[in-house]
Each structure stands twice: as C-alpha cells, then as structure tokens.
Design a protein around this ligand. Structure first.
Ligand code: IMP
Ligand code: MG
Length: 176
C-alpha cells in the first residue's frame, strides 16, 4: 500500500501548530494547565505542539480504542490507559489526532467532566467537517479536512503510517 497523495505537508503542519501553540500560550497564561494527549494517534502532534507552548505545563496521556483495524468508527470506546494525574480544579486541554464521528471525544469529555476540572477544552489536529455524529466544539483545530481516510503524523491504517511527517491519503482501492 502506498501514499496516493499528500494532503497536508510537513511545513504546513508546523506552521499551523506554531500558531496553535502561540494561541494556547496566550489563553492559558497564569493558569495551571494540564495537557492530555490521546494515544496513540496524538503522540506526534503532542511532541511538536508542546515545543510551541511557552508556559509551565504538565503533560499526561490517555489511551483509548475506538477502532479495530478498519477505517470505520465502531462507536465503541474503551479506556486502555487512564490519566496518572488528578484533574480536579485544573485546566485540562485534551489533544486529539482527529475528530471523525466525534464519538471518542464525546465519551472522553463525559468521563473527564465528572472529575471536576476547572476547565476542559479540546485541541484537535484534524477535524473532518460535516460528518460528526456528536457535535464537538474544539477550542483549537489545526486543519479541517473532508471525509477521506487519512494517514500519517500519528494517524494509522492498520497500525502503520503513524511515523510519516505529513498527512496523506492511501492509494485508491488500497484502503478498502
Ligand atoms: P471518532 O470517534 O469517529 O471521532 O474517531 C476518532 C478516532 O478514530 C481517531 O482518534 C483516530 O484514531 C480514528 N480515525 C478517524 N478518522 C481517521 C482517519 O481518517 N485516519 C486514521 N484514523 C482515523
Ligand atoms: Mg486510531
């Protein structure tokens, strides 16, 4: 299987994340910020975004599973790894690789809200427009894309392609 097309270049990604980091730096100045990455997909965006945030900030990770190896959302979300940190009274920013149906984040937001954070916001690297089954109001989004299945920059197809420094689309008929 090959990449048929590069959708977002490495340079475009870095430019956008730099801007997002600057905005987060502004918005959370003076606040106790905990950034929560959703594994595995968000590992890449977390690493780069972190370097563009100029604040004393803590990081934590959750691992969830909402996909098998197929390209369709199952709607079933499992928490494979919970947070290490307590979040009561803290400002929590969840970093996701992509919002597709919105089911994964919807579930996560509900699960974290009951722990009483001071605030709970979402930064999504990609958002697929117009197809959310549950509406998610992400405070930050780097790119909006169509409904195509994408890989790279943390996003996988059957566990592969996460290490690409750009976002691409698999060759026609290879992802079905
Ligand atoms: P949602 O629950 O439908 O919003 O799906 C969110 C999760 O599905 C993401 O965190 C990804 O792991 C995965 N996902 C959704 N769309 C894509 C895609 O186009 N490529 C790779 N993974 C995807
Ligand atoms: Mg995934």
């Amino acid at each position: 299987m090959k990449i048929g097309k590069v959708l977002i270049t490495e340079e475009e990604i870095q430019t956008e994340l730099k801007e997002m980091g600057a905005q987060i730096t502004k918005d959370y100045e003076g606040l106790d910020l905990l950034i929560v990455g959703v594994l595995k997909g968000a590992f890449m965006v977390m690493a780069d975004l972190a370097r563009y945030i100029e604040l004393p900030v803590e990081f934590d990770f959750m691992a969830v599973s909402s996909y098998g190896s197929a390209t369709q959302t199952s709607g079933v979300v499992r928490i494979l790894k919970d947070l290490d940190a307590e979040i009561a009274g803290r400002h929590v920013l969840i970093v996701e690789d992509i919002i597709d149906s919105g089911l994964t984040l919807n579930y996560l937001l509900k699960a974290l809200k009951v722990r009483n954070p001071a605030s709970l916001e979402v930064a999504s690297f990609l958002t697929k427009t117009g197809i959310q089954r549950v509406e998610i109001n992400a405070r930050y989004t780097a790119f909006e894309i169509g409904s195509e299945f994408v890989v790279g920059y943390g996003l996988d197809y059957a566990g592969l392609y996460r290490n690409l420094p750009y976002v691409g689309i698999l060759e026609e008929d290879s992802a079905t």
